[in-house]
Design a protein around this ligand. Structure first.
Ligand code: PMT
Length: 429
């Protein structure tokens, strides 16, 4: 983001205080940030705070004589490479949707050719209101990118959608938007998604509750970031994301075969699929008949696709998921090391929690780092996660160097994993 010119619009909302951290983080990444505040925003945070953090006088007045000749609203609109409005209030979204231009921020939004992104922040009922949803829909159809909102506790004491995304997520989204051709242009990304089905007999199988939504959202986010995406999916009932090549499989063995076939040339591999850890030792050729009162099914371990990709000679940048009901961070960190991953996204799972629902929350870990992506729609989370993956991927030394660097940590990171405080008696499977 070095030298990138960002107009940060701040509108009136309690989340305006988070924008101070956003300015600091953007500036740390080398971006030039010009803050433009609406009158309402100044009831929440003073311009002095933003001036100190951005190193530039804050702009708020459309009729400021001092700027008219130098950096008036048209110049400001031309200067911007990205207009990011965070927080974006319901009122601001409504005015932008209807082309009202009665203050500096709305005027420069109308006059700018730069991409516009808005991070909505408001009470959950205001967000759900049909008028707001209509305006958001209109803006999105015109190309304004909505970043969030997140879901959770609100300053007003209510719970629901309407929280502004956290500054690190917004920085990652801004970085992706500032890369016009997409930071992953020319790179191939493979994503696995959905459940696998392990055959018991011709009509029965062992499986799980994965709907494929998280993996499909990631495939879409990677495609938006410019990648050529191959999506290897277990049985789900979802339409393919636009521009993504999809390969449908059923069992772990089929998924493994498809992944191996597609691996050469893959720059980033993301294992979102809920692959069965065990399968029946054999699949009966005919339907098993009811006979005794009880019945035992002998199971055997399946191939760990993620671990194989990570250990392969053409090792891409490898991202795993961890689905845990408890001790989420400990188990996820153990998996990160045991499978020698570059990054892992952990989610707390349960019945209709992470699995088979539209929202999720992730804890993202890598060696020496962690970040929490709070509850949000799976697509928003996927975009934020993609931003983090892109950052980490582009920071890596060339793939050859990376392989030898990780080899120095032990054959497969298992020694380090054993040293971890993973709950006793549990393997990082
Ligand atoms: O599909 P949704 O309904 O949207 O739900 C999303 C999700 C909860 C399935 C997703 O967010 C998620 O957590 N995916 C990983 C599920 C899982 O199998 O987690 P795990 O902790 O058991 O496995 C760890 C990693 O190893 C995963 O990246 C998994 O893809 C991989 N693995 C596991 C077993 C195996 N045989 N091969 C693998 O590659």
């Amino acid at each position: 983001m070095k030298g990138k010119r960002i107009v940060l619009g701040v509108t009136g909302g309690i989340a305006a205080y988070k924008s101070a951290e956003l300015v600091r983080r953007l500036a740390e990444r080398g971006a030039e940030v010009q803050v433009v505040m609406t009158a309402a925003a100044q009831h929440f945070v003073t311009p002095t705070t933003f001036q100190a953090l951005s190193g530039r006088p804050v702009r708020s007045d459309l009729w400021d004589d001092g700027h008219a000749a130098g950096m008036g609203h048209i110049e400001l609109a031309r200067w911007a490479e990205l207009v990011l409005v965070a927080p974006a209030s319901a009122d601001f979204l409504a005015r932008l949707a209807h082309g009202l231009a009665d203050d500096l921020l709305t005027t420069l939004c109308l006059a700018s050719a730069a991409p516009i992104a808005a991070a909505p922040a408001m009470n959950q009922l205001m967000w759900r209101n049909a008028a707001t949803q209509f305006n958001v829909d209109l803006l999105e159809r015109r190309g304004v990118r909505m970043l969030g909102p997140g879901i959770g506790e609100q300053a007003c004491g209510e719970h629901g959608p309407g929280r502004m995304l956290e500054p690190p997520e917004l920085v990652a989204c801004a970085a992706a938007l500032l890369s016009p051709a997409g930071p992953l242009r020319g790179r191939r990304v493979m994503v696995t998604a959905g459940p696998t089905r392990e055959c018991i007999d011709p009509v029965r199988f062992v499986s799980n509750r994965s709907s494929g939504k998280m993996g499909f959202a990631l495939a879409q986010a990677m495609q938006e970031a410019g990648a050529e995406v191959v999506l290897v999916s277990g049985p789900v009932s979802l339409p393919s994301p636009r521009g993504v090549r999809r390969i449908d499989v059923e069992s772990c063995d089929q998924m493994y075969a498809a992944v191996q076939r597609e691996l050469p040339g893959t720059a980033i591999f993301v294992g979102t699929a809920a692959v069965a850890d065990y399968r029946p030792v054999c699949c009966a050729e005919q339907k098993i008949k009811k006979s005794s009162e009880t019945m035992s099914l002998e199971l055997t371990r399946t191939t760990d696709i993620l671990a194989h990709v990570s250990a392969s000679p053409q090792r891409p940048f490898v991202v795993g998921f961890a689905a845990e009901t408890h001790a989420v961070e400990q188990y996820a960190r153990a998996k990160l090391l045991a499978k020698n991953l570059d990054l892992i996204a952990a989610n707390e799972v349960g019945h209709r929690k992470a699995f088979d629902c539209d929202e999720n929350a992730l804890l993202v870990l890598w060696r020496g780092g962690r970040i929490e992506l709070p509850s949000s729609s799976k697509l928003e989370l996927a975009r934020a996660l993609t931003g983090l993956i892109v950052e980490r991927y582009l920071e890596q030394p060339d793939p050859g160097e990376r392989r030898s660097a990780s080899a120095g940590e032990g054959a497969d990171g298992a020694d380090t994993a054993r040293e971890l405080a993973a709950p006793s008696g549990v393997r990082a499977s």
